[in-house]
Design a protein. Sequence first.
Length: 369
Amino acid sequence: MIKGVSDQRRLPRLGHLRLGIKKKNQKGVEYPVEVDYFILDPKTPDPVWNERLKKEFADLYGSKPKAIKIMFPPVSPELFFAQWFKRYGKSTLVKCKGDNEIATTTEEFAEGLEKVGEDDRGFIQVKCLGPECSYQKNNQCSRMASLQVILPELKGMGIWQINTGSFNSIVNINSALDWLKGLCGRYAMLPVTLMRVETDIPYEGKRSKHYILQVDQQTFSIGDIQQFAAVNTVERALIPAPDESKDTLFYDKNGKKPEIEVEEVEFHEEPASDGDILGEKGVGAPEEEGKPLSPTESEKLREDLFKDFKAIKASKTEIETGILLVDKVKRAWRQVKNDKSFLSMHETDQKQLKADVEAYLMAKQRGVK
């Protein structure tokens, strides 16, 4: 066995899961349109296999699925959920990539940026100003995350990539990973459901409908998930680097963010600040909004939470679960204790607060430290 070679594993990328389509206007110019379902886009070398994958995907989930079963691969999130600010030009290659502090680029594309050094490959490093960067303000740079997942119910061993620029989608996926890690000790190779969730996002005085990514945390049993977590999984499996070629749903032929078609409804609150592609508007986008629970439903949920907090108080051992920390539960307690504050919360936030507390209780019962 060759050390460093024989112990490595690699999964091929089978294609993409798209979140939008391309349409043409009356002048014949293409533009991206966000949809509320997943689109399987196989990219294997075999055209026959590609068509078979499409058919099997439709047989499993329907022609326009809003929820699919996925697994996260057994590697670091930095590898399977890369998140960057990216800038493209007319070619398909990324020209500048940053993390809101440092960006990597070349001399040709560093104009107007403050140089801070070089990386070990000889590329120039510059200060990444994020939303304050002149290139972002000119729609030449935008937020981009590439989620690589396994589709366990679909035949074929490999990785599928989902690109998103949505602030809330990125936060939702990162939160789900932490939530699974806190409950089960890991997130890899656990079967979860990934959904497209309709959300109204305020922008420029109106509310635009978008369909953000979210891991379903309500319909599955925590006990079932923990049973899967008890099964040993591969310690490490190499996955392909994210496909960083220009995605035309997010960047036009000149590398700029295109305008997208969204459904709008009247809205009369302060607009968000910046634009986004195939995701909600604004780098600091507001929390999800929508129809609140009824007073009766809110009060019932609040009573349940009081019971949970009583159980927490009765426990003599205060356990930190890594992500679900004690201070998070204490912060939730302050919200529940304030009746007016809790009743004014959005339904999603109320239920998430309850889920956080239940996860904390479950972790205490398991003795997670």
